[in-house]
Design a binder for this molecule. Sequence first.
Ligand code: ATP
Ligand code: MG
Length: 883
Amino acid sequence: MTANEIRDSFKKFFESKQHAIVPSAPMVIKDDPTLMFTNAGMNQWKDIILGTRDPEPRRRADTQKCLRVSGKHNDLEEVGHDTYHHTMFEMLGNWSFGDYFKEGAIDMAWEYLVDVLKLNPEDLYVTVFEGSPEENIPRDDEAAKYWSKHVPEDHIINGNKHDNFWEMGDTGPCGPCSEIHVDSRTPEQRKASGKSGRELVNQDDPQVIEIWNLVFMQFNRKADGSLEKLSMNVIDTGMGFERLVRMLQGKHSNYDTDIFQPIIKAEEQITGKKYTTFEEGEVSKEQDDINVAMRVCADHLRAVSFSIADGQLPSNAKAGYVIRRILRRAVRYAYTFLGQREAFLFKLVPTLVHEMGDAFPELKAQQQLISKVMMEEEDAFLRTLDKGISLLDKAMEQLKAEGKTELDGVQAFRLFDTYGFPLDLTELICRENGFTVNEEQFNVEMQKQKERARNAAAVENSDWVELAQGEQQFVGYDYTEYECRILRYRKVTQKKNEFYELVLDYTPFYGEMGGQVGDCGVLVNEAETIEIIDTKRENNQSVHIVKQLPKDPTAQFMACVDTDKRDASAANHTATHLLDYALKQVLGDHVEQKGSFVSADTLRFDFSHFQKVSDEEIRLVERMVNEMIREDIPLDEHRDVPFDEAKKLGAIALFGEKYGDKVRVVRFGPSCEFCGGIHAKATGKIGFFKIVAESSVAAGIRRIEAKTGKECEELLYKTEDILKAVKSFFNNAKDLQATIVKYIEEHDSMKKEIESFQAARVASLSKELVEKGRIVNGVKVVTAKAPIAPDAAKDLVFKVRELCPENLVCVVGSVFNEKPMLNVMLSDDMVKDHGLNAGLLVREAAKLMQGGGGGQPHFASAGGKNPDGLSAAIDKVIELCNL
Ligand code: ATP
Ligand code: MG
């Protein structure tokens, strides 16, 4: 079976078991402060598991794009070195939210692997949780009982808390899990090792690996560490797609399957190097390095491409930085082991799109952007690498000069931190040149940095205090004031700041989402007024941030939104929709929203486009948006539209955005988008729209910043004031432009006149000086002090040398704007035969006028602070010449 067929068979199997087949959530997570990337299939169901979202349909299955490169799951360093961990991989999963539990999950997994896919049951081992006496959790006998229907006892293995007890985080849902492992060793390997598969489970043997993990969520862990029963049992399973494909294709490395081989073939073609598969047996160290590098590149190509398609570009912060590091890791391996000195990865994009573009259309749609971003990132990093290498060269030269053989760890760390040079690359280059690196020191520096980062990010949450049961209702599309009670609250401590988060039963407050800032406002009743300083969105609900709790948190309140701010940000949000529409009209259909930020006083819109937007295009866009504002098009909003119907309405969905089964569609005339944000009631509310900046944020991505309404008024006044001020400089001339042009022309001609005047003066002065010069031991000594500009002084000494090309020492001091300046000119023979050096002379003499300078052997100059020392400095030069 091909990989694509295997993916389909999984979906078909679970469909036949009444599961709804759902799309993969984006790999990049945008609205969850606790997680940057999807690292497991269950991430997108967190709201359901926590009970803040409707669990229907209760059976679901999918393939989920996962990335394990940061936080709790970080496999990055393994990737490429082993043959079964990837940064980005697909996790096949099935879920039950309060429907079937352990028995159903175990039976279905077994049926799929053994009856449908025909894996050999003798090669399969399962693990069950051995229990934890200190937490008072017994062994998972239940799971063991269901497994024993399918496998003999000696294929069931007890596992510890680390491998067999799954937790969502420090707090929250958790429970025992059961893993399925496959022994895929060759008969020869089995004979040679003499060990049974059972003995190798969870021992990091590359041929006895976990393929499927079935998690049985039945507990909730509270902040004090204790466990309580979950109100709804949840089945959460995850199977590594690439590992499954490898088993079914009879391979012994994920990279030997049809998922990776086409990419590796493309790498071979470009680099002229060969990859060796598992079947080809043992290889030399050199060939192994090549194999590792090819695996790294094939893997990272996928991770970076999928991230860009999901809207996360490489950058220098947060998720973007993680992606940048993955890409750099690939560049580094390609550079070191595949001899690639130029951008390389981007050349593999067409192959990836050809292989995976059907299953993941976002790749196909954004191929051009992916290639372009990747190539520019690669180029930029290669330049940094070059810089780092030359720094390292210098450092090694110095070591040699000092007779040392070890590079200190602080320097190695700086290379890592600033130039992305990991230790092994620094070590490699050093080793090739006969040096070692102080690894211990490096690790100390690394540790220090980690601690700094940890301290900066530490956030502490207390348990939620439940005041009432229920789910929150958001009423903010229709109201800005609403009666409410607090459902629950908790204390949050971040960098020593304390605040509270409140969840209300009804709220008109919009929580920050989709680039639009959260509302602020107040909670009031007769007894008190509590300020809401911000509203965040978490697990599908608005979380209100307050500095202090109400005295009586159980009282009834009126939740009132600050409508001035809200109206301004709503108008700006509507303006971004109109802008998006106008950009597509003016620039073309390739324009894709890549990010936006909307607050009360500004709006920012990032989009894919491959060159600067010209001034004329900007005008066209502005005119189109303002036209739509004047038309005062009313908001046409459709809530709870099924996803497919919304698409039929022609609404624009964003790549990398997570949408539920039902969506909201926002239409203003021809502009129609999927959007959950707050909008103006009609476009007229925007007032006026003006673009204030257009720039590049990354390869292939442009950014437009714009102002609307009142902010435009301010902008206009500011511009008017500047213009008035400028006019007043020109006696309030009627035709300002013509007047300024006249001034510029006058200025230019005056400048020319001064220059020719100066040249004439320099010419006559130089003649005069040469005539006045003394002869000392056959050398012409010309000295002078003149009140001339620095460039004239320089011209002067060159002129003197023209007149007197041999046996010349010329020193001209000048004072200009109260600053002394010293110019020393020597004829070539004075340098060659007399061993004089103008640079050294000027440096020494300039000390007398509190200055410094330098230059070439025949000509040098210096500036200083003390004009009174100028004469002494001139004399000093002559003295130092020792004629
Ligand atoms: P391992 O011990 O092999 O790292 P895990 O315990 O981290 O696996 P889970 O978190 O249980 O794995 O994930 C479920 C399944 O996803 C695993 O059984 C495995 O098949 C697959 N998987 C996990 N990590 C990776 C990875 N980095 N690359 C490819 N597949 C993976
Ligand atoms: Mg793991």
